[in-house]
Design a protein around this ligand. Sequence first.
Ligand code: FAD
Length: 520
Amino acid sequence: MEIAQFCARANILVLLLALFCSPCKFIQSPMGLDPLNFHQNTNTASMDFGRIHFSFPSAILRPKSPADISLLLSFLSGSSFSEVTVAARGAGHSIYGQAQALDGIVIEMDAMPSNIEVHRKGEGEVDVSYVDVSGGALWIELLEESLKHRLAPRSWTDYLYLSIGGTLSIGGISGQAFKYGPQISNVLQLDVVTGKGEVVTCSPTKSSELFYSVLGGLGQFGIITSARILLQEAPEKVKWVRAFYDDVQTFTQDQELLISMPNLVDYVEGFIVLNDQSLNSFTTAFPAHLHFAPEFHSEGRSKVYYCIEYAVHDHSSKDINTDQVVEEVSRQMRNLPSQLYTVEVSYYDFLNRVRMEEMSLRSAGLWEVPHPWLNMFVPKSGISEFIDLLLENISAEEFEGPVLIYPVLRDKWDRNTSMVLPDAADDQVVYIVGMLRSTNQDSCPADCLQNLLQTNLRITGAASDAGAKQYIPHHSSPAGWFSHFGRHWNRFAGRKAQFDPLGILAPGQGIFSRRSVSSS
Ligand code: FAD
């Protein structure tokens, strides 16, 4: 071992011993090397958006460079006494403690210098527009920077205050996914620190096994410190359309019609309108005056409605009349009479629409509350049964939060990545369903929350038996994970053995156990 390497290891050993044995708040390197920036105020790292799971780590690392992360992981993977685990934390918008590390170390990725470098096609040797962006940066930061170059990523999430590394670890889906695939289908290259502390630049042609492992890999194989993401010309404006339905079959048929027109349509989503609250919550960002007053009770039965939203990009540089496009597309839809609304908004406001919803919920004290969310991929053949199952298990009148439903196309997913879709290979169309429930702690105390979580378990259990898969999966037993990955389990476990053999990374996912060097 070289002297510098030895010093670095000795240094981190002292740090870790001090960290786990003393109540100090901030530990400076005693050996004059770059100090690792450890903190022991671990409150934020023990919590996430879900507000359901709370695991306190022993310390937080605020890294200044990938080298800091590498130093920590090299030490832990070489140390025979240690059983310390490590979780990267992006924006902490997980639901079930996925970015937490009980008694371990949480690496706060937002501490890394935010670097966003945009490269435009045609400049120098560049043959496709792309951006190099740090793993801890937020998608909103990337949007703001790329728009300065009139460029933008092709595939998004609905909410942009999520980190690049956090969404690339799970997939990253929104209404553009039918056209461009999830965010993980739009990555050209990654810089990763593996569980063994190796710093690797990987791509489909270079260290490709690591590249595909990490994409959708639930943080199990390495920590993404930088990503190279495809960009396209950004439109200035968006024509944003919403249409209402009272019949689920027509709703899903029209959604499938829309995704069959990728040359005309740029975004397709949809949601169930369960009650007045769900109708109103979705109009916060959509600046149209709706003259839709649905009857949620009819003939003694409760009734729900459905809303499709689609969007068409408006580029001033392209000679396309977007009003005509919207008219042509909308003419083919079979929504309720006169229940189709079109607005025009800036591209930035369209992509950042959930922020307005967040602000409104924050001001009502309804953002920092428990969120027993459930997200599933359901094959097209099972979507109507799944919607029935959902509606049987929730009380539509009282439900708070959106229930999203929209189709994506299986062939836009790269099967080499770690993410799994339902197996029903004959269904090219797969629906993503997100039951994004908020609970009000006054009306839903702890036992009520537990009941909701039990309901989620019933729904995911029954749906999984019928071939659905959880998105952003959460399983509390090894058997659950085994069944989630199904025929992909051996590949997933093999990748773990290759890149994080001691099971140091992302313990909050609860997939693998930590092992020490001596037990391996
Ligand atoms: P964290 O919660 O910090 O981490 C999530 C997981 O990724 C953890 O296991 C963590 O260890 C790991 N991780 C974090 N950073 C890295 C890294 N740099 N390298 C390796 N592993 C890392 N998802 C969608 O697909 N579409 C949506 O439209 C969407 N909308 C959402 C809206 C809201 C309001 C919320 C709260 C969530 C939404 N999500 C959506 C889910 C979200 O994409 C995931 O929960 C995502 O993982 C959150 O990113 P984060 O940066 O907060 O990750």
